[in-house]
Design a protein around this ligand. Sequence first.
Ligand SMILES: Nc1nc2c(ncn2[C@@H]2O[C@H](COP(=O)(O)OP(=O)(O)OP(=O)(O)O)[C@@H](O)[C@H]2O)c(=O)[nH]1
Ligand SMILES: [Mg+2]
Length: 419
Amino acid sequence: MAIDKNKTEKLIQDIDDVFDNFMFSLTPPARAFVKRSVMGPAIDEIKHLISESRPPVLFILGRSGHGKSSLVNALANKHVAEVGDVKPTTSSTVPYDISFPERYSSWQIVDSRGIFETTHPDGAVSENALQTVSTDIVKYKPDVIMHVVSATEVRNLAPDLRHFRRIYSELKEKTGMSVPILVVVNKADTLGNPREWPPETYSHKAALIRETLDYLADEALQVRDKKQIDLHTSLRGFITDDESYLGIIPTCALEGEFWNIETLSFFIGKHIPLNTLLDFYQAQNRKNFLRQISSHLIERFSKIAGGIGAAPIPIADIAVLTPLQLLMIMTIGGLSCREFDQETAREYMAAAGVNIGMALGMRSAAKYLLRLVPVGGWALSGTIASTATYALGKSAESYFFGGKLQSPDYFKKEIEEGK
Ligand SMILES: Nc1nc2c(ncn2[C@@H]2O[C@H](COP(=O)(O)OP(=O)(O)OP(=O)(O)O)[C@@H](O)[C@H]2O)c(=O)[nH]1
Ligand SMILES: [Mg+2]
C-alpha cells in the first residue's frame, strides 16, 4: 500500500473537522490565529506534497543501445520498457506513461529513441537531430534530462555532449527554461574485463571507472569544479558546477547486475520539483528515500507547530496541536506504505502504548495523542510545541520505517540534551 492521492481531500476534511472541534477552549482571535498560522500551513504542506503531486517527466537522451530503456527499468525496479538489440527504425521521440497502480504513482518517460542515430557520415549528430531534441524539450517540459552514454564510448561521443550542451544553452536563453541534466555513464561493467564486477571488489575496474569519469568531467566537458556525490568515494559520481550537466553518474543497468542506481535515483530526487517527489519515490518502493520525505515533513510540521508560540494571546492547551500531529502521523505511515488513514495512526498509537478502541473516531484519537507527549507549563511556547511535534513524528517514523518503536520521550530527551 501507499499514499492514494484521491483519499487526501477527504482526510484533510476530516482533520479540519477535528480541528474545529478542538477549538472550544480558545478565544476567537486565538482560534483565528491557530487556523491561519498553524493548521493552514500544515494542510498546505500536505496538499503540496500529496494532492497536488504529479508524475515526474523523465527525458532520456542518448544513442541506440546505450541502455536508455534498461535504465528506466532499473530505476522503476520493474520491467516497464522494452530492452533489446534491435536498431530503431524510426527516429522520433516516444513519450509513454508508466503506471504503478499498486503504488498509486506514475511517471512520464520521454524516450528520444533513435534521434541521435540520424548522423553525419563522420559519426557526428546532425544539427537536425539536435533541433528535434530541442523542440521536444519545449514540448514535453521534462523535470530532468538523462543523457545516457555507454562507458566505453565516452571518448568517441564526447562531441555529442558538447553539441547538446550548446543547443541546450540556446534553448535556455530563448525560453528561460531550466532543466537539470545529468550524464549517465552506463555499462560501467563493460570497461575492461566485464567479468571483473563489481568495482568494489576489483580495484582495476574501479580505476577504469574513475578514469572515465575524470576524462568526461575534466576534458570532455571541462567543468571547473566537481564534487563527489558520496564523500567516501569518487566511484559513485560527481556533482559539477557546469551550467548544463549538473551530474555525472556511472551505472550498470544490466538486469541482475544493477549498480549505483540508487545514487542516480537520489540525484534525480534532489533535482526534480517537490510535487513530483512522491510519485517518483513511491513508485520505486525505496523505503530509505520515502523516509527522507518523512523526515522533511516532520521538520516542516514541527516548525509550523512552533509558530503557535507567536500567538497574540498565549495558548495554554497543546490539544490544539493534536489534529496537526495526527495528520503528520498518518502521512508518515502512508509514506512507509501503510494505508493513508486513521487506522494507521491508531496502529502507531497502540504500539506506543495508547490503545484506543476501534469504535472511537478521529477526534478521540487526537485527544489520546496527548498521552504520548505530556508537556508541562501553563502556556504553550513555540519551543515546547515544536519539540513535542518533532518527538512524536520521529517516534512514528521509528515505528513505521525503522521497525522498532522509540518512544516520543526518547526523542524529546535527545533534543533537550542538544543532540
Ligand atoms: N553489460 C551491460 N549491458 C547493458 C547495460 N545496460 C543495458 N545493457 C544492454 O544493452 C542492450 C541495449 O539496451 P537498451 O536498454 O535496449 O538500450 P536503449 O538505449 O534503450 O536502445 P534503443 O531503444 O535502441 O535506443 C541490451 O542488451 C541491454 O541488456 C549495462 O549497464 N551493462
Ligand atoms: Mg530503448
